[in-house]
Each structure stands twice: as structure tokens, then as C-alpha cells.
Design a binder for this molecule. Structure first.
Ligand code: GLU
Length: 381
């Protein structure tokens, strides 16, 4: 049975400043996991066409290193972790070589990121500088996860999520995810006859979880990670478009005739606030109704509004702010958890007498605080 074709994506802005294009393993390899050069070259042409049409710079997030390396080394599945690391190291070089040829005369730059590059503020800024510098020089950054050294708990885990982070890093206008299913359906089109395509999603949070389904045979993502990426990106004001496979889809996107799903973005938040919202929470701070109302007006959190403190966290760690059992905000704490416990409920002028010093009036400054919708807690990483 053939799933109905999605309607064209509604008209996009005529120009973008920057776009992140994410290409999955299944778009770059054949059924044996071998690098499929014609596909990569067609995608490279599609990226060029899109950039010319939208007058934008592109950052590419390219998967495929693991699969290509595995094939090059004739390793059969399952692989041990060290073998996977070796395969990624070998495949990454081959992948870059091909991107360099396909995008010539432009130069390409390899940027291998890991979780600490998006979670650690200093590393985040460093990665941002590297990306900015390459873009200024007219180079196309090709991003992948640093799979040779980033293992298990250090990994972002999938390149859909990584592409959303990359879109933050470069402050992109749009994130385009090229995949083998042309967008989102209201059920799995490979299993459910009559599954209907969804052209526009206004609020990705409202459908996330409903769409869990396995990934393709060669990629790691599936629709669940695409929705996650769309949530991360749209929350920061970066619209996300999931389109079908190959260079032809990118050409169609440039021409305004592409089929797929467009996830509309929330009002653009600053990248820093979006970054805070995505930090793993180290604990939580429960606040009273007065503080809750004050936070809703956009003020900082003062110790007087804190009822209780849960967990162990340090200065600068991300914590949830809860009220009546729901997470209402996330922020970076100005005080470690033990100090916060000692000053909870106090007026700011009492902080010094209790702690011996007062570095801040606020326990979380409004610049480091992001309000979340009710119950919108982050998935654990
Ligand atoms: N970073 C992995 C690779 O290059 C791919 C991860 C993914 O497919 O999401 O093989």
C-alpha cells in the first residue's frame, strides 16, 4: 500500500540567513551500509541550490561515519564498543573526503561535537566561535558527534538531537531534516493503511510521545528523535522542516514545492535561554504562590519565595522550579543546594548573617530563568 503523499509544505520565508541541514545515515548509504556517492553528491547539489535560493549559509550535520567505517573494515554486527569507535574514526575520514569533493570549490570543515560541547557553557561558546569562524570564511561546516571518544553517557546519542543543538549554536533560522519518510504521519505509514500526512505542526509538544516508532534500519533516529529535535529547535524560535530523502527534496524545498512537515517555531527566545531550558536538572526548588506569580511576571526568584529544596546541586547548575507539584521554570542557581536550604524563606538582607556573605540577592536571576509550560519537564538524557 502506498501512503498518501503529504501536501506541499506551506510557503516558507523567501530568505534565511542560516540553515542547518541534517542528513541521516540512510540518505548516504546503500542497503549494505556502503557510502552511496551519487546520493551524497545529489544532496550536496541540493544544499547549494537551497543556499542560492534562500541566500543563506548552510551548516551540514552528517551521519554515516559509523556505517561507512564498518563497511570499510568489513566488520559484521554486533560490534563491541571499541570496534564502533574505530569504525566511526575510519568512516568519518571517508565521509569528510566525500563532502569535500562534492561541495568543491567550497572548503568543508569537520566539527565533531559531544555532549559537553552543548552542556558546558564554556565549551558551548568555544564551539560557537569555531562555527562562526568557518562560516565567515565561506567554509561549509560538517558536524557529527564525536563517536570515537564520546561513549554512552557522554553522547548526545542521535544526530537529530545534535542537529537541533547545532541550530542553536549557529543561531539558524531553520533546521531541515532530510530523512527517508517524507515528514510526519498521524500513524506509521509503513504499517497503518490510511495514515495521513501532517503538513504543519503548530505545537510539537502536543504530539510528542504519540509518534514513538522505530528508526530506519541504518539510522538511529526514527520519528521520535525528529520530534525531539523539532521541540528543541522550535522552542528557540527555529522552525524545523522534515522532508523526504535525497537531493531532490532539497531542490524542491528551494523551489517551494517540497512535501513534508513544517514545525512552526515559538517566539524566538535567546539562544542562552533555550540552552538553559534544555539543561539536565540537578535538583528542584519548590516555591510559594507569591513567587510563582512573580515569576509569571518575569522577575527573579528570591529566597523568600523558596519553600523547599530537593537534590544536591552546585553554583551555576540547572534546577527545576516547581509549584504545586508541577515544573514551572528552569534556571541556573546562584547558590549551591546546601546554602539554598539555609536561606530559604529569608529576606535578602538576612542572607549575609546566615551564610557569612551575600554574593547575590536572587537565588535565580531572571536572565538565567526560563519559564516552562505546566508539566513540561525535560526527558532525562
Ligand atoms: N553519529 C552517527 C554516525 O555518524 C550517527 C548518529 C545518527 O544516525 O543519529 O554514524
Amino acid at each position: 500500500m502506498h501512503a498518501p503523499t503529504p501536501p506541499p509544505v506551506p510557503p516558507l520565508p523567501p530568505t534565511w540567513r542560516r540553515v542547518v541541514v541534517k542528513i541521516g545515515t540512510s540518505s548516504l548509504t546503500d542497503e549494505h551500509g556502503r557510502l552511496h556517492r551519487p546520493s551524497l553528491w545529489a544532496i550536496a547539489r541540493g544544499i547549494e541550490t537551497l543556499c542560492a535560493a534562500k541566500r543563506c549559509q548552510a551548516v551540514v550535520v552528517s551521519s554515516g561515519a559509523g556505517a561507512i567505517g564498518r563497511e570499510r573494515l568489513s566488520l559484521s554486527l554486533p560490534l563491541t564498543l571499541p570496534e564502533k569507535q574505530a569504525a566511526a574514526a575510519v568512516g568519518q575520514a571517508l565521509l569528510m573526503l566525500e563532502w569535500d569533493r562534492a561541495l568543491a570549490p567550497r572548503a568543508v570543515a569537520q566539527l565533531l561535537l559531544s555532549v559537553s560541547d552543548v552542556q558546558d557553557r564554556e565549551r558551548y561558546v568555544n564551539a560557537k566561535h569555531a562555527l562562526e569562524a568557518t562560516l565567515r570564511l565561506g567554509v561549509v561546516p560538517i558536524v557529527n558527534e564525536n563517536d570515537s571518544v564520546a561513549t554512552a553517557e557522554l553522547r548526545v546519542g542521535d544526530n537529530d538531537t545534535l542537529s537541533a543543538w547545532t541550530a542553536y549554536l549557529v543561531d539558524a533560522d531553520a533546521l531541515v531534516i532530510v530523512t527517508d519518510v517524507a515528514g510526519l504521519y498521524d500513524a506509521d505509514p509503513r504499517r497503518t493503511p490510511g495514515a495521513r500526512p501532517v503538513a504543519v505542526v503548530h505545537d510539537v509538544a502536543s504530539i510528542e510521545g504519540v509518534q514513538e516508532r522505530p528508526g530506519t534500519t541504518r539510522g538511529t533516529g526514527g520519528m521520535a528523535t525528529k520530534l525531539r529535535a523539532a521541540r528543541i529547535a522550535t522552542r528557540a524560535g527555529i522552525e524545523t522542516i522534515v522532508i523526504g530523502p535525497g537531493g531532490a527534496s532539497l531542490e524542491a524545498l528551494a523551489a517551494g514545492t517540497v512535501q513534508g512537515t513544517r514545525f512552526l517555531a515559538a517566539a524566538r527566545t535567546t539562544a542562552r535561554k533555550a540552552w538553559i531550558a534544555e539543561q539536565p536538572s540537578r535538583g528542584s526548588v519548590d516555591v510559594d504562590a507569591g513567587a510563582r506569580a512573580a515569576l509569571a511576571r518575569g522577575t527573579s526568584l528570591l529566597p523568600s519565595g523558596v519553600l523547599s529544596v530537593v537534590g544536591e546541586f552546585g553554583f551555576g547548575d540547572a534546577v527545576d522550579v516547581t509549584s504545586d507539584g508541577a515544573v514551572i521554570a528552569r534556571g541556573l542557581s546562584n547558590y549551591p543546594s546546601d546554602a539554598m536550604r539555609r536561606i530559604r524563606g529569608l529576606r535578602t538582607h538576612q542572607i549575609e548573617s546566615v551564610l557569612g556573605a551575600k554574593d547575590f540577592d536572587e537565588v535565580i536571576h531572571r536572565d538565567n530563568l526560563v519559564r516552562l509550560e505546566r508539566g513540561d519537564s525535560m526527558p532525562p538524557r
